[in-house]
Write a new protein. Structure first.
Length: 139
């Protein structure tokens, strides 16, 4: 089982259950406001979260808590991987495939998705080894 995928799926399920709306035109906005239990004119009761998404202002604290917890869970899983051959390798393998490394040969999107830089990897033996293991698939 891919440990990273397992964590990611669990976190995605939790995120999907959170009351978030997405809208790209006025009609969608009004419909999504109603879905969030608001009136179509209650645009002052929501805040944007980027990429056309928004949440109720009253949910901001819970939303931020969830995102921070998800980040800490991933950081703990990385820290718990003793040598980079478990969670870290799975993490890089998943994100390399997700960002079409086999086609592009470019790590940029993978690293951005993980919030990492080349310097982060160079400084951390476990990250470096996990990335090397994941990249073996593409050689």
């Amino acid at each position: 089982m891919n440990l990273y995928n397992e964590l990611r799926n669990r976190q995605q399920t939790e995120y999907n259950a959170f009351p978030v709306g997405f809208a790209f035109n006025q009609k969608q906005l009004e419909d999504q406001l109603v879905q969030l239990g608001l009136k179509p004119i209650d645009t002052d009761k929501v805040i944007g979260i980027g990429f056309g998404g928004f949440i109720r202002k009253t949910d901001k604290s819970a939303y931020m808590d969830m995102l921070n917890r998800h980040k800490k869970e991933r950081e703990l899983a990385i820290k718990s991987d003793k040598d980079g051959s478990g969670f870290i390798k799975d993490m890089f393998s998943y994100e390399l495939a997700n960002h079409e490394y086999d086609y592009t040969g470019d790590l940029t999107d993978t690293l951005e998705a993980l919030g990492l830089s080349i310097n982060d990897i160079q400084k951390d033996k476990k990250l470096k080894k996990g990335l090397q293991l994941a990249l073996r698939r593409y050689r």
